[in-house]
Design a protein around this ligand. Sequence first.
Ligand SMILES: O=C(O)[C@H](O)[C@@H](O)[C@H](O)[C@H](O)COP(=O)(O)O
Length: 339
Amino acid sequence: MCKTTEWIQGLFSHRNPRHHIMTFSAILSISYTPQSSIFCTQKSNPLSLKTLLFPPQVGKKLVHQPLRYKGFSPKGDVGKIKASIKWEKGYKKVEISSKEHLAVSLAYDVAQLSNKFTRERGAFTVVLSGGSLIKYLRKLLEPPYIDSIEWSKWHVFWVDERVVPKDNLDSNYKLAYDGFLSKVTIPPVNVYAIDDALAADGAADVYETTLKRLVKSNVIDTSTRGFPKFDLMLLGMGPDGHVASLFPGHPLLKEDKKWVTFIRDSPKPPPERITFTIPVINSSSNIAMVVTGEGKANAVNSALEDHEKTDKLPVELVSPEGEWKWYLDVGAASKLFKE
Ligand SMILES: O=C(O)[C@H](O)[C@@H](O)[C@H](O)[C@H](O)COP(=O)(O)O
Protein backbone atom coordinates (compact mmCIF):
# COMPACT_ATOMS: atom_id res chain seq x y z
CA MET A 1 0.00 0.00 0.00
CA CYS A 2 1.48 3.37 -0.97
CA LYS A 3 1.18 6.00 1.71
CA THR A 4 2.10 9.43 0.48
CA THR A 5 1.54 12.63 2.33
CA GLU A 6 1.71 14.94 -0.63
CA TRP A 7 1.84 14.46 -4.37
CA ILE A 8 2.63 16.89 -7.08
CA GLN A 9 2.37 15.69 -10.59
CA GLY A 10 3.21 17.57 -13.74
CA LEU A 11 3.29 16.30 -17.27
CA PHE A 12 5.46 18.21 -19.63
CA SER A 13 7.55 18.21 -22.74
CA HIS A 14 11.07 19.42 -22.91
CA ARG A 15 12.98 20.22 -26.07
CA ASN A 16 16.58 19.25 -25.65
CA PRO A 17 18.62 21.63 -27.77
CA ARG A 18 21.20 19.01 -28.60
CA HIS A 19 18.81 16.30 -29.54
CA HIS A 20 15.11 15.82 -29.97
CA ILE A 21 11.97 16.11 -27.97
CA MET A 22 11.87 14.18 -24.73
CA THR A 23 8.78 13.70 -22.69
CA PHE A 24 9.08 13.45 -18.96
CA SER A 25 6.43 12.69 -16.47
CA ALA A 26 7.78 14.07 -13.24
CA ILE A 27 6.19 12.94 -10.04
CA LEU A 28 7.46 14.66 -6.97
CA SER A 29 6.59 13.59 -3.47
CA ILE A 30 7.48 14.65 0.00
CA SER A 31 7.17 11.92 2.51
CA TYR A 32 8.84 10.60 5.62
CA THR A 33 7.28 7.15 5.25
CA PRO A 34 9.18 4.44 3.42
CA GLN A 35 6.29 3.77 1.10
CA SER A 36 7.78 3.09 -2.24
CA SER A 37 7.98 -0.18 -3.99
CA ILE A 38 9.30 -0.93 -7.40
CA PHE A 39 5.75 -2.12 -8.02
CA CYS A 40 4.01 0.65 -6.12
CA THR A 41 1.52 2.42 -8.36
CA GLN A 42 0.73 5.87 -7.10
CA LYS A 43 -2.89 6.86 -7.39
CA SER A 44 -3.45 10.50 -8.10
CA ASN A 45 -5.58 12.70 -10.23
CA PRO A 46 -3.06 14.20 -12.62
CA LEU A 47 -5.50 16.57 -14.21
CA SER A 48 -6.68 18.34 -11.12
CA LEU A 49 -3.23 18.38 -9.54
CA LYS A 50 -1.72 19.66 -12.73
CA THR A 51 -4.29 22.40 -12.93
CA LEU A 52 -3.80 23.28 -9.32
CA LEU A 53 -0.06 23.35 -9.17
CA PHE A 54 1.09 24.06 -12.67
CA PRO A 55 -1.01 26.79 -14.26
CA PRO A 56 -1.36 26.62 -18.07
CA GLN A 57 1.45 29.09 -18.78
CA VAL A 58 3.94 26.80 -17.04
CA GLY A 59 6.83 26.03 -19.29
CA LYS A 60 10.16 24.32 -19.18
CA LYS A 61 11.61 26.58 -16.56
CA LEU A 62 9.02 26.07 -13.88
CA VAL A 63 8.97 22.39 -14.53
CA HIS A 64 12.66 22.23 -13.79
CA GLN A 65 12.37 24.31 -10.67
CA PRO A 66 10.64 22.09 -8.14
CA LEU A 67 13.86 20.62 -6.75
CA ARG A 68 14.82 24.09 -5.57
CA TYR A 69 11.31 25.44 -5.33
CA LYS A 70 10.21 22.88 -2.75
CA GLY A 71 13.06 23.85 -0.50
CA PHE A 72 15.02 20.71 -1.29
CA SER A 73 18.22 21.17 0.60
CA PRO A 74 21.22 18.96 -0.03
CA LYS A 75 22.02 19.09 3.67
CA GLY A 76 18.58 18.65 5.23
CA ASP A 77 16.86 15.29 5.35
CA VAL A 78 13.66 16.65 3.87
CA GLY A 79 12.29 13.35 2.65
CA LYS A 80 12.56 12.17 -0.88
CA ILE A 81 11.78 13.30 -4.33
CA LYS A 82 10.72 10.94 -7.04
CA ALA A 83 10.60 11.25 -10.74
CA SER A 84 9.31 8.78 -13.28
CA ILE A 85 11.08 9.38 -16.54
CA LYS A 86 9.39 7.96 -19.59
CA TRP A 87 11.42 5.80 -21.92
CA GLU A 88 10.59 3.29 -24.61
CA LYS A 89 9.87 0.42 -22.22
CA GLY A 90 7.85 2.34 -19.67
CA TYR A 91 9.24 4.41 -16.84
CA LYS A 92 12.60 4.74 -15.18
CA LYS A 93 11.65 5.41 -11.60
CA VAL A 94 13.99 7.68 -9.71
CA GLU A 95 14.17 8.37 -6.02
CA ILE A 96 16.41 11.09 -4.65
CA SER A 97 17.00 11.20 -0.93
CA SER A 98 19.58 11.38 1.79
CA LYS A 99 21.88 8.35 2.07
CA GLU A 100 20.06 7.33 5.23
CA HIS A 101 16.66 7.50 3.61
CA LEU A 102 18.00 5.67 0.57
CA ALA A 103 18.85 2.70 2.80
CA VAL A 104 15.37 2.82 4.39
CA SER A 105 13.63 2.92 1.03
CA LEU A 106 15.81 0.24 -0.53
CA ALA A 107 15.14 -2.13 2.38
CA TYR A 108 11.40 -1.59 2.03
CA ASP A 109 11.46 -2.32 -1.70
CA VAL A 110 13.71 -5.37 -1.40
CA ALA A 111 11.45 -6.80 1.31
CA GLN A 112 8.37 -6.27 -0.90
CA LEU A 113 10.03 -8.07 -3.77
CA SER A 114 11.22 -10.85 -1.50
CA ASN A 115 7.62 -11.42 -0.34
CA LYS A 116 6.27 -11.31 -3.87
CA PHE A 117 8.72 -13.74 -5.44
CA THR A 118 8.80 -16.06 -2.44
CA ARG A 119 5.02 -16.30 -2.66
CA GLU A 120 4.89 -16.65 -6.44
CA ARG A 121 7.95 -18.78 -7.17
CA GLY A 122 8.99 -20.22 -3.83
CA ALA A 123 12.42 -18.64 -4.31
CA PHE A 124 13.93 -15.17 -4.53
CA THR A 125 17.00 -14.78 -6.73
CA VAL A 126 19.06 -11.71 -5.83
CA VAL A 127 22.17 -10.47 -7.59
CA LEU A 128 24.63 -8.32 -5.65
CA SER A 129 27.36 -5.93 -6.80
CA GLY A 130 30.49 -4.94 -5.00
CA GLY A 131 31.27 -1.43 -3.83
CA SER A 132 29.06 0.71 -1.64
CA LEU A 133 25.89 -1.27 -2.40
CA ILE A 134 26.37 -3.60 0.54
CA LYS A 135 26.26 -0.84 3.10
CA TYR A 136 22.97 0.40 1.63
CA LEU A 137 21.41 -2.99 2.45
CA ARG A 138 21.99 -2.39 6.15
CA LYS A 139 18.35 -1.66 7.08
CA LEU A 140 17.43 -5.20 6.05
CA LEU A 141 19.46 -6.32 9.06
CA GLU A 142 17.09 -4.50 11.43
CA PRO A 143 13.49 -5.09 12.54
CA PRO A 144 10.99 -5.57 10.99
CA TYR A 145 12.89 -7.08 8.05
CA ILE A 146 15.46 -9.20 9.84
CA ASP A 147 12.68 -11.26 11.44
CA SER A 148 10.06 -11.18 8.69
CA ILE A 149 11.94 -11.87 5.47
CA GLU A 150 12.00 -15.53 4.44
CA TRP A 151 15.77 -15.66 4.20
CA SER A 152 15.70 -19.41 3.57
CA LYS A 153 14.16 -18.71 0.15
CA TRP A 154 16.92 -16.32 -0.96
CA HIS A 155 19.48 -17.35 -3.58
CA VAL A 156 22.37 -14.91 -3.83
CA PHE A 157 24.63 -14.27 -6.84
CA TRP A 158 27.17 -11.66 -7.89
CA VAL A 159 26.89 -9.56 -11.03
CA ASP A 160 30.67 -9.41 -10.96
CA GLU A 161 33.47 -10.74 -8.83
CA ARG A 162 37.14 -10.06 -8.55
CA VAL A 163 39.27 -13.16 -9.18
CA VAL A 164 40.93 -13.26 -5.76
CA PRO A 165 40.65 -15.65 -2.80
CA LYS A 166 37.36 -15.33 -0.92
CA ASP A 167 39.14 -14.07 2.20
CA ASN A 168 40.98 -11.34 0.27
CA LEU A 169 40.00 -7.75 1.07
CA ASP A 170 39.25 -7.20 -2.64
CA SER A 171 36.68 -10.00 -2.77
CA ASN A 172 33.08 -8.92 -3.39
CA TYR A 173 32.02 -12.12 -1.63
CA LYS A 174 33.96 -11.11 1.50
CA LEU A 175 32.49 -7.62 1.39
CA ALA A 176 28.96 -9.01 1.19
CA TYR A 177 29.62 -11.77 3.72
CA ASP A 178 31.11 -9.46 6.35
CA GLY A 179 28.55 -6.70 5.89
CA PHE A 180 25.37 -8.62 5.17
CA LEU A 181 25.33 -12.36 4.52
CA SER A 182 26.90 -13.37 7.85
CA LYS A 183 24.06 -11.55 9.65
CA VAL A 184 21.10 -13.25 7.97
CA THR A 185 19.97 -16.86 7.76
CA ILE A 186 20.35 -17.55 4.06
CA PRO A 187 21.42 -21.21 3.73
CA PRO A 188 25.12 -21.23 2.73
CA VAL A 189 24.24 -23.59 -0.13
CA ASN A 190 22.12 -20.78 -1.65
CA VAL A 191 25.06 -18.37 -1.77
CA TYR A 192 26.82 -18.74 -5.12
CA ALA A 193 30.37 -17.46 -4.77
CA ILE A 194 32.93 -18.00 -7.51
CA ASP A 195 35.37 -20.90 -7.41
CA ASP A 196 38.40 -18.96 -6.22
CA ALA A 197 40.78 -21.81 -7.01
CA LEU A 198 40.33 -21.16 -10.74
CA ALA A 199 41.71 -18.54 -13.12
CA ALA A 200 39.32 -15.94 -14.53
CA ASP A 201 38.26 -17.90 -17.63
CA GLY A 202 37.62 -21.12 -15.68
CA ALA A 203 35.77 -19.28 -12.92
CA ALA A 204 33.47 -17.63 -15.48
CA ASP A 205 32.74 -20.98 -17.18
CA VAL A 206 31.97 -22.70 -13.88
CA TYR A 207 29.73 -19.83 -12.79
CA GLU A 208 27.80 -20.03 -16.07
CA THR A 209 27.42 -23.79 -15.66
CA THR A 210 26.01 -23.23 -12.17
CA LEU A 211 23.49 -20.73 -13.54
CA LYS A 212 22.45 -23.22 -16.25
CA ARG A 213 21.82 -25.89 -13.62
CA LEU A 214 19.71 -23.51 -11.56
CA VAL A 215 17.72 -22.39 -14.61
CA LYS A 216 17.06 -26.04 -15.44
CA SER A 217 15.78 -26.71 -11.94
CA ASN A 218 13.66 -23.50 -12.05
CA VAL A 219 15.43 -21.86 -9.14
CA ILE A 220 16.27 -19.09 -11.61
CA ASP A 221 13.55 -18.00 -14.01
CA THR A 222 14.25 -17.77 -17.79
CA SER A 223 13.73 -14.83 -20.15
CA THR A 224 11.98 -15.13 -23.50
CA ARG A 225 15.42 -15.02 -25.13
CA GLY A 226 16.66 -17.93 -23.02
CA PHE A 227 18.82 -15.94 -20.63
CA PRO A 228 18.58 -16.30 -16.85
CA LYS A 229 16.00 -13.90 -15.47
CA PHE A 230 16.89 -12.86 -11.95
CA ASP A 231 14.16 -11.55 -9.68
CA LEU A 232 16.23 -8.61 -8.48
CA MET A 233 19.57 -7.23 -9.58
CA LEU A 234 21.14 -4.68 -7.24
CA LEU A 235 23.59 -2.66 -9.31
CA GLY A 236 26.10 0.02 -8.45
CA MET A 237 27.68 2.29 -11.04
CA GLY A 238 31.15 3.80 -11.27
CA PRO A 239 31.86 7.47 -12.06
CA ASP A 240 32.82 6.35 -15.58
CA GLY A 241 29.39 4.77 -16.07
CA HIS A 242 30.58 1.17 -15.64
CA VAL A 243 28.22 -1.43 -14.28
CA ALA A 244 29.24 -4.92 -13.16
CA SER A 245 32.76 -5.30 -14.64
CA LEU A 246 31.70 -3.87 -17.98
CA PHE A 247 33.79 -0.79 -18.64
CA PRO A 248 33.46 2.01 -21.22
CA GLY A 249 34.72 1.09 -24.66
CA HIS A 250 35.56 -2.50 -23.69
CA PRO A 251 34.79 -5.26 -26.25
CA LEU A 252 32.94 -7.23 -23.54
CA LEU A 253 30.09 -4.76 -23.90
CA LYS A 254 29.26 -6.47 -27.21
CA GLU A 255 29.09 -10.00 -25.79
CA ASP A 256 25.63 -11.27 -26.67
CA LYS A 257 25.84 -15.04 -26.25
CA LYS A 258 27.68 -15.83 -23.05
CA TRP A 259 25.97 -15.41 -19.70
CA VAL A 260 29.16 -14.94 -17.71
CA THR A 261 32.48 -13.78 -19.07
CA PHE A 262 35.83 -12.59 -17.75
CA ILE A 263 38.15 -9.61 -18.02
CA ARG A 264 41.89 -9.52 -17.40
CA ASP A 265 42.44 -5.80 -17.97
CA SER A 266 39.88 -4.10 -15.77
CA PRO A 267 40.70 -0.39 -15.46
CA LYS A 268 39.38 -0.56 -11.91
CA PRO A 269 41.66 -2.76 -9.81
CA PRO A 270 41.99 -5.63 -9.36
CA PRO A 271 42.38 -6.36 -13.10
CA GLU A 272 41.00 -9.93 -13.20
CA ARG A 273 37.27 -10.31 -12.79
CA ILE A 274 34.29 -12.29 -13.95
CA THR A 275 31.09 -10.51 -14.92
CA PHE A 276 27.54 -11.06 -16.11
CA THR A 277 26.98 -9.87 -19.66
CA ILE A 278 24.60 -7.15 -20.84
CA PRO A 279 21.88 -9.59 -22.06
CA VAL A 280 21.79 -11.27 -18.65
CA ILE A 281 21.58 -7.93 -16.86
CA ASN A 282 18.81 -6.83 -19.23
CA SER A 283 16.79 -10.00 -18.67
CA SER A 284 16.18 -9.10 -15.02
CA SER A 285 12.68 -8.80 -13.60
CA ASN A 286 13.83 -5.85 -11.49
CA ILE A 287 16.93 -3.71 -11.50
CA ALA A 288 17.69 -1.42 -8.60
CA MET A 289 20.46 1.07 -9.43
CA VAL A 290 22.01 2.36 -6.22
CA VAL A 291 24.21 5.35 -7.01
CA THR A 292 25.59 7.93 -4.61
CA GLY A 293 28.16 10.70 -4.70
CA GLU A 294 28.67 13.81 -6.77
CA GLY A 295 31.43 12.10 -8.78
CA LYS A 296 28.71 10.08 -10.52
CA ALA A 297 26.42 13.00 -11.38
CA ASN A 298 27.52 13.25 -15.03
CA ALA A 299 27.04 9.53 -15.70
CA VAL A 300 23.65 9.61 -13.94
CA ASN A 301 22.58 12.54 -16.08
CA SER A 302 23.70 10.80 -19.23
CA ALA A 303 21.89 7.58 -18.32
CA LEU A 304 18.62 9.22 -17.39
CA GLU A 305 18.42 11.53 -20.35
CA ASP A 306 16.85 9.79 -23.27
CA HIS A 307 18.72 11.04 -26.28
CA GLU A 308 20.35 9.08 -29.05
CA LYS A 309 24.07 8.41 -28.87
CA THR A 310 26.49 6.28 -30.75
CA ASP A 311 29.07 5.93 -28.01
CA LYS A 312 27.10 4.68 -25.06
CA LEU A 313 28.35 4.26 -21.53
CA PRO A 314 27.91 0.73 -20.13
CA VAL A 315 25.09 1.96 -17.91
CA GLU A 316 23.34 3.25 -21.03
CA LEU A 317 23.21 -0.29 -22.40
CA VAL A 318 21.16 -1.35 -19.41
CA SER A 319 17.58 -1.74 -20.55
CA PRO A 320 15.82 -4.31 -18.40
CA GLU A 321 12.84 -6.35 -19.55
CA GLY A 322 11.25 -5.65 -16.19
CA GLU A 323 11.12 -2.78 -13.73
CA TRP A 324 13.94 -0.29 -13.33
CA LYS A 325 14.37 1.96 -10.36
CA TRP A 326 17.17 4.36 -9.45
CA TYR A 327 18.07 5.23 -5.86
CA LEU A 328 20.16 8.40 -5.86
CA ASP A 329 21.52 10.62 -3.17
CA VAL A 330 21.58 14.37 -3.63
CA GLY A 331 25.16 14.38 -4.93
CA ALA A 332 24.51 11.79 -7.64
CA ALA A 333 21.35 13.66 -8.68
CA SER A 334 22.96 17.09 -8.63
CA LYS A 335 23.06 17.47 -12.42
CA LEU A 336 19.49 16.31 -13.04
CA PHE A 337 16.63 18.69 -13.70
CA LYS A 338 19.00 21.46 -14.75
CA GLU A 339 18.58 23.65 -17.81
O1 LIG B 1 33.44 -5.15 -8.29
C1 LIG B 1 33.22 -3.98 -8.46
O2 LIG B 1 34.11 -3.15 -8.60
C2 LIG B 1 31.81 -3.54 -8.43
O3 LIG B 1 30.86 -4.53 -8.58
C3 LIG B 1 31.52 -2.32 -9.26
O4 LIG B 1 30.85 -2.53 -10.44
C4 LIG B 1 30.77 -1.35 -8.38
O5 LIG B 1 29.46 -1.78 -8.20
C5 LIG B 1 30.79 0.05 -8.93
O6 LIG B 1 32.09 0.42 -9.19
C6 LIG B 1 30.20 1.03 -7.95
O7 LIG B 1 30.92 1.01 -6.76
P1 LIG B 1 30.68 2.09 -5.63
O8 LIG B 1 29.22 2.04 -5.30
O9 LIG B 1 31.55 1.69 -4.48
O10 LIG B 1 31.07 3.39 -6.22
